[in-house]
Ligand binder design. Structure first.
Ligand code: IMP
Length: 183
């Protein structure tokens, strides 16, 4: 049943197989680059939890995981990307090699705020592994991702952890949501 297209999905952007290929490649790259470094992989809840679960299983070297939850400060987020921390890390990141696993990078404002915050805790290194980057012609994300899975079109996509009003996170593919669902 899970392979059947959900009726609210207009088109599939990334199939299960596409996703697996992307995650395997990212896992291999990280395993090579962080050999002997025991990286800490951080996911920002909730969207990145599915990607994180797959990514760590594609990483062949020892690594640890931790989670953060944030919420935007209303309209502030458009100008500053300032966020409120709802759940902080349990891990002391001083001296650690940290990789933030992100589901989709759009403006990058949320992440750029988080990076400033985490850099203040003096990790040995801090990088971003973005499963996808949204291609928006007149915008570049406010942060640079060292690892990029793929690019997705400038449309509202759901599935593989991405939601609309908390729905669709469990779809095993990434698809464009039909506009009539949210208009
Ligand atoms: P940014 O701060 O503009 O980069 O926003 C990134 C966050 O917005 C992602 O982590 C997602 O949670 C959410 N987001 C951005 N675009 C989409 C989308 O097309 N579908 C679902 N969530 C999205």
């Amino acid at each position: 049943m899970t392979d059947q297209l959900h009726p609210d999905i207009e088109s599939v952007v990334l199939s299960k197989q596409d996703i697996q290929d992307i995650v395997d490649r990212l896992g291999r790259q990280i395993s090579e680059d962080y050999e002997g470094k025991n990286p800490l992989i951080i996911a920002v809840l909730r969207g990145a939890f599915v990607f994180m679960a797959d990514l760590v299983r594609a990483i062949s070297i020892p690594c640890t995981v931790d989670f953060m939850a944030v919420s935007s400060y209303g309209s502030d987020v458009t100008s500053s990307g300032r966020v409120r921390i709802l759940k902080d890390l349990d891990t002391d990141i001083e001296g650690r090699h940290v990789i933030i696993a992100e589901d989709i990078l759009d403006s990058g404002l949320t992440l750029s705020y988080l990076i400033k915050l985490l850099e203040g805790r003096h990790p040995a290194s801090l990088s971003i592994c973005a499963f996808s980057i949204k291609d928006v012609s007149d915008k570049t994300p406010a942060v640079n991702a060292a690892y990029v899975g793929t690019h997705v079109p400038d449309a509202f996509v759901v599935g593989y952890g991405l939601d609309y009003a908390e729905r669709y996170r469990n779809l095993p593919y990434v698809g464009v949501l039909k506009p009539e669902v949210y208009s």
